[in-house]
Design a protein around this ligand. Structure first.
Ligand SMILES: Nc1ncnc2c1ncn2[C@@H]1O[C@H](COP(=O)(O)OP(=O)(O)O)[C@@H](O)[C@H]1O
Ligand SMILES: O=P(O)(O)O[C@H]1O[C@H](CO)[C@@H](O[C@H]2O[C@H](CO)[C@@H](O)[C@H](O)[C@H]2O)[C@H](O)[C@H]1O
Length: 659
């Protein structure tokens, strides 16, 4: 039971969050936040010392409102282990005195209580007002799923035993916030990653839904899901009740590399990547077969095909708005999309939806393991949850090989056109072992072009330094479409865009060179000499540090106390250092393995073997980080950062009473 006080707060919570949120990696807005609190829920600190409150805040500063989940922890003394960016500021509480407000992701007490709610099927804390003893209903609710795949033990009066021995936050290019914890669960030691969704949507989050169903079906192509937390809240302004996923927990695979890092190293060294790419194609086909078997499918009827084409056309218009020069390709792109009307569509199915090299891990003993089924962040959630052509994912991964080459071109001036071509070919061979999917496939062509257009918009918004990579791809793909060129073909520098170059060998040319110059475009290398990087790589922020997981103190259950402000005898927990996450690709769209029988590949081989998940020792190693969305945003925000003026009535918050 959380004890709340009738108190005044200065500044109030929304103000304190408003001053801090704009610089968060996961904040999607670009201007001054305009936050409105929709609801909140709390967890209990068993020690009764730390206030744990999660605010659901609607940001109405942009064209469409975005709902954020902001867990806060309120402490009576500074949390020494928290990094500066996790500190939101001090709040004067008229009953409890100074409260130190933190991003709760960095508070080990929150990490423990969140995970406990997930695996034990817990709910939000009840609330009681201190002076009257009256109970106060929570404006938001939450409910954990319980540990997936095990029978809840509620019946016999026992719970899954959970002790969190240390927790840390994963940092880097993340759309959400992930906490990595060393836990003992029912006597077994393991590492768990708990992802707190930052942007909330009404409805199931595909990440939870798909990884949950893959785990339940015994797939080893995703880390084992442990459970999730669902929430309910009401928009008081409209009276509408919403439910959505708040967080999910899964087994953390330590010491693994993601495919983006591996591919980037291989591309830099011009090392063959075809074996890995082929295996990645096979893994992708496995997951598509598993999703087709476990989730609803739909016929690609005229209405759905028309809807898909309409979505692609809308994307084209967005890309033109982001870069008006794309308009020169409008007719060519339109022809590619039109061919979809008469194409041979497979049944539609659930797909990954944002598939790229940064979304797959090379797990020892498991092979390629897929992550982050949330779909493209720029697409509405309802659209992402629709059955789609599996070729969307294939196209996404093809683009990602192109990105790896483009990135090497951009940072080192090295032409890796041939490297990307070979990797793409091998990936397709692995995916369609019967050779049944070629780059000429009308669906694949359209989806790849669509993805490149998406990337152009994405990079314009988030990483302008990278925009030359998709821009060059749109040029190339659109032109290849109109001339019937092989899209895998490199084009010697200086040739007209319609000239097809040799398919082998590396030249000073590169298909990754965007036309023209200008900000964000790739510099063309001078013949025989490496190009200066168009954008200096951001300083390396370090790997996910092997020593970065200093243990937090034991957070074993403590006696419940209603005195929320009491700090007596309590040493602030230490630990929770952060991890560095790789700069990831966030990509898109694939093709459904044709008529694969459930559990079988299209060539009739078994789709996936059931294997136990291994958790090996050791820390993950990471290479130098590339300039990412973080860097671009940091620069952008540094330019516009200024203190937010406090509205006169924001100085005091009489409602609601608080701990
Ligand atoms: N189960 C896991 N085991 C190991 N690393 C993981 C796991 N889940 C996520 N990661 C790491 O965290 C990163 C972010 O995860 P992701 O699910 O893509 O988060 P987001 O939705 O915030 O982008 C991944 O790129 C990967 O490096
Ligand atoms: O991972 P997310 O779901 O957030 O995906 C978004 O961000 C990606 C970048 O982090 C972006 O991916 C693009 O860049 C990658 C290299 O960083 C590259 O490998 C991908 O192919 C490319 O699409 C993704 O598109 C976006 O949705």
């Amino acid at each position: 039971m959380a004890t709340i006080h009738r108190a005044t707060l200065e500044p109030d919570k929304v103000t304190i969050v408003s001053r801090w949120i704009a610089d968060r990696r996961w904040y999607a807005g670009t201007g001054t936040p305009a936050l409105r609190q929709l609801a909140a829920y709390r967890f209990d600190d068993p020690d009764g010392e730390v206030g744990l409150e999660t605010l659901l805040l609607l940001d109405e500063s942009g064209a469409s409102p975005v709902l954020y989940q902001v867990p806060l922890s309120y402490r009576g003394a500074p949390l020494e282990s928290a990094p500066e960016r996790a500190f939101l500021g001090e709040m004067q509480h008229s009953v409890l005195g100074t409260r130190y407000v933190y991003d709760a992701a960095y508070d080990p007490v929150y990490a423990t209580e969140l995970l406990r709610a997930i695996v034990q099927g817990g709910s939000e804390a009840g609330q009681v007002v201190a002076d009257s003893g009256e109970s106060r209903p929570s404006t938001a609710t939450c409910k954990g799923s319980g540990l997936l795949g095990t029978r809840p033990r509620h019946g016999d009066g026992t719970q899954h035993d959970l002790a969190v021995t240390s927790a840390r936050v994963l940092t880097g290019e993340q759309s959400n916030t992930s906490l990595i914890a060393n836990v003992t669960l029912d006597g077994q030691e393991l590492q768990v990653i708990t992802k707190v969704f930052r942007v909330l949507h009404d409805g199931r989050n595909p990440d939870v839904e798909l990884q949950g169903s893959l785990t339940a079906a015994g797939s080893t192509r995703v880390p084992r899901m442990l459970g999730w937390l669902q929430g309910g809240w009401t928009d008081q302004a409209t009276g509408t009740r919403h439910t959505g996923d708040l967080a999910m927990a899964q087994q953390f695979l330590p010491g693994v590399q993601d495919a983006w890092r591996e591919a980037l190293r291989a591309a830099t060294d011009n090392r063959d990547f075809t074996r890995e790419a082929r295996a990645l194609g096979e893994a992708t086909a496995d997951v598509h077969a598993q999703l087709a078997a476990g989730q609803p499918t739909a016929d690609a009827d005229a209405e759905r095909v028309a809807g898909t084409i309409a979505g692609m056309r809308a994307r084209l218009e967005e890309a033109i708005a982001a870069d008006p020069s794309v308009a020169e390709h409008r007719d060519a792109v339109e022809r590619v999309f039109q061919r979809l009307e008469s194409a041979d569509w497979p049944p539609l199915q659930r797909v990954h939806g944002d598939y790229h090299l940064g979304q797959v891990l090379d797990a020892p003993g498991l092979g390629w393991v897929l992550l982050d089924f949330e779909g493209e962040p720029l697409r509405p959630l309802a659209e992402r949850a629709e059955p789609d052509a599996a070729v969307r994912d294939v196209a996404g991964m093809l683009r990602s090989f192109d990105y790896a080459a483009g990135s090497v071109q951009q940072t080192d001036g090295l032409d890796r056109t041939a490297w990307a071509r070979d990797a793409r070919t091998a990936f397709l061979e692995g995916y369609a072992a019967d050779g049944g999917l070629s780059e000429q496939d009308p669906l694949l062509r359209a989806y790849e072009l669509d993805k490149a257009l998406y990337e152009l918009v994405y990079e314009t918004r988030h990483r302008p330094d990278w925009v030359g990579i998709p821009r060059a791809a749109v040029d190339r793909l659109a032109t290849a479409q109109s001339t019937g060129d092989d899209m895998n073909t490199e084009r010697p520098q200086g040739d007209s865009p319609t000239t097809t170059g040799a398919r082998t060998g590396s030249t000073a040319s590169s298909v990754y060179l965007a036309r023209g110059g200008g900000q964000g475009r790739l510099a063309a290398p001078l013949p025989g000499r490496a190009a200066a990087p168009a954008a200096a790589p951001a300083p390396t922020t370090g790997d996910e540090r092997a020593d970065g997981s200093g243990p937090a103190p034991s957070t074993t259950p403590r006696p419940t106390c209603c005195c929320a402000g009491c700090t007596a005898g309590r040493t602030p927990p230490r630990g929770a250092p952060e991890q560095e996450r790789s700069d990831r690709a966030r990509a898109a769209p694939a093709r459904r393995p044709r008529a694969a029988a459930p559990g079988r590949r299209r060539d009739g081989r078994p789709a996936a073997r059931l294997r136990g998940h291994l958790v090996g020792p050791g820390a993950r190693r990471r290479g130098a980080r590339l300039p990412g969305r973080d860097d671009v945003r940091r620069r952008r925000r540094a330019r516009r950062r200024r203190p937010l003026p406090l509205p006169p009535d924001a100085r005091r918050d009489r409602h609601p009473p608080d701990r």
